[in-house]
Design a binder for this molecule. Structure first.
Ligand code: NAD
Length: 496
């Protein structure tokens, strides 16, 4: 049985903690590793190592920092399959999806390789006679990342490569449910030439997180996870005067217009709703059918019913199990509530099992129609392979539903009408919009821009916004008088 290591000051070490948390294979229920709830003093050592490393790392030329990312990108590509297999063993994701989890993280490392141009400041010559003003961006210090279970490769890679390439050092607190993947990412980062202390990894739950959020040497906090924890992290970090960006839960709607291509809609919504067992923050969990598009619900439900859950290396499997038994019980409770509250269960995955893996946390594809906005299955984030279908008469009604929803992570519209698409993208109160694209996760040269209860903060993940989040701007106004300096004191605020 492997005990997952901490990374402190360049050394992978076993925790002295007596409190170990089981890491399970969600497909079998077997315990595959144990992760420590790190001791307070170990967490303190991780922050101290990061603080110490910052003194030299911030002065390493940005080109050299970018070269660490170039080597890291090559190593991650070389090791993509190995990482994906570790990831699949602790998340249950099917192999292609696990490869995708790693790949979307590699793309962020590629973005981090562009640090020299992303960190360029601005200059205006001659803002007054003989005076120039220019700005530079400088790193903040020690940054903290707290990550969820559902993308154990991609989401840590949203954070530390960009923070570190900007000259910061980092403490990562990954999900205790699948910590082996982020620790492997950290091992490979050391292999790429990251100096000791630049990246540190500590494990644990609320107590460790609170210790870090209250630590005076942490300058900025990036969090991804559920809404209640996201609010707690944002409130605690900002109450401690830290910069914070917290990405939280979601309820993503797609709107299906009657002029859309039916087959395109069905092909796209199958994967967008039940892919990764619905455990994606950008999963489509609500489909709003407008007018005659309502007639496609049964056909969509039949296509979704065809998708079979299975173990990671089963090539026929469309998705894997839920992460834990607790997650499974929560989703089963929501499916039951949908039935009791009067929704029609067209496809019911609550009795699902996979032969040979009866202890796995399986839920099959599930589709509800006749859903109303007052039902729990509509109001709560299900985070399971469950699609809720609603029907309306017009695009305006669909927009009203989406805009009334408290979440604003992602949405999409399927239509053949440019006018409908333009109205939707303009009027919808959601931060990431797909037009005939179901899950509009932007590539890392843009930013991941959830809104409303799906995000607390102002500067988003990756892209230019991440560089602004992980740096402070300094503006310099300078005069180098060649001949005579202006006579007498200047008692005004004007430059002369
Ligand atoms: P979670 O909130 O339970 O855990 C996230 C992190 O917070 C973990 O590292 C965990 O150890 C820590 N944590 C848990 N409880 C805590 C507490 N009480 N105090 C302090 N820290 C605590 O989330 P999860 O179940 O791992 O992930 C699923 C959630 O993440 C879903 O709601 C999903 O929508 C969301 N998510 C959002 C995005 C996004 O970009 N908006 C992306 C991925 C996942």
């Amino acid at each position: 049985m492997q005990n997952v290591k901490l990374l402190i000051d360049g050394e992978f070490r076993s925790s002295a903690s007596q409190h170990m948390i089981d890491v399970t294979n969600p497909a079998s229920g077997d315990v595959i590793a144990r992760v420590p709830d790190a001791l307070a003093e170990e967490t303190e050592q991780a922050v101290a190592a990061a603080k110490n490393a910052f003194n030299s790392w911030k002065n390493v030329p940005v080109t050299e920092r970018a070269r660490v990312m170039m080597r890291y990108q090559a190593i991650l590509k070389r090791e993509q399959e190995r990482i994906a297999k570790v990831l699949a063993s602790e998340t249950g994701k099917v192999f292609d999806d696990a490869m995708g989890d790693v790949w979307r993280g590699i793309e962020v490392v590629e973005q981090a390789m562009n640090a020299p141009s992303m960190m360029m400041g601005e200059t205006v010559e001659n803002v007054a006679r003989g005076i120039d003003t220019y700005s530079v961006v400088q790193p903040l210090g020690v940054c903290l990342g707290i990550t969820p279970f559902n993308f154990p490769a991609m989401i840590p890679l949203w954070m530390f490569p960009l923070a570190v390439v900007c000259g910061n050092t980092f403490v990562l607190k990954p999900s205790e449910q699948d910590p082996q993947t982020p620790v492997l990412l950290a091992e490979l980062f050391m292999e790429a030439g990251a100096p000791a202390g630049v990246l540190n990894v500590v494990h644990g739950g609320r107590e460790r997180v609170d210790q870090l959020l209250n630590h005076p040497d942490i300058a900025a906090v990036s969090f991804v996870g559920s809404v209640p924890v996201g609010k707690h992290v944002y409130q605690t970090a900002t109450a401690n005067m830290k910069r914070a960006q917290c990405f939280a839960g979601a309820k993503n709607h797609t709107v299906v217009m009657p002029d859309a291509n039916k087959q395109h809609v069905i092909n796209n919504l199958v994967g967008a709703s039940v892919g990764a067992a619905g455990q994606r923050c950008m999963a489509i969990s609500v489909a709003v059918f407008v007018g005659d598009a309502q007639q496609w619900i049964d056909e969509l439900a039949s296509a979704i019913a065809e998708v079979k859950p299975g173990v990671w290396d089963d090539k026929e499997a469309g998705f894997g199990p839920l992460i834990s038994n607790a997650a499974k019980e929560r989703v089963l409770g929501l499916i039951q509530s949908g039935k009791e509250e009067g929704a029609t269960c067209l496809v019911d995955g609550s009795e699902c099992t996979v032969e040979g893996y009866e202890q796995g946390h399986w839920i099959g594809p599930t589709v509800f129609s006749d859903v109303t906005t007052t039902m729990r299955i509509y109001q709560e984030e299900i985070f399971g392979p469950v699609l809720c279908c609603l029907c309306v008469d017009s695009l305006d009604e669909a927009l009203a539903i989406v805009n009334d929803n408290p979440y604003g992570n992602g949405t999409s519209i399927f239509t053949a009408s440019g006018a409908a698409a333009r109205k939707y993208q303009s009027e919808v109160s959601v931060g990431q919009v797909g037009i005939n694209v179901p899950i509009p996760v932007p590539l890392p040269f843009f930013s991941f821009t959830g809104w409303k209860n799906s995000f607390f903060g102002d500067l988003h993940a990756y892209g230019k916004q991440a560089v602004r989040f992980y740096t402070e701007t300094k503006t310099i106004t300078s005069r180098w008088p060649e001949d005579s300096i202006p006579a007498g004191p200047n008692l005004t605020i004007n430059l002369r």
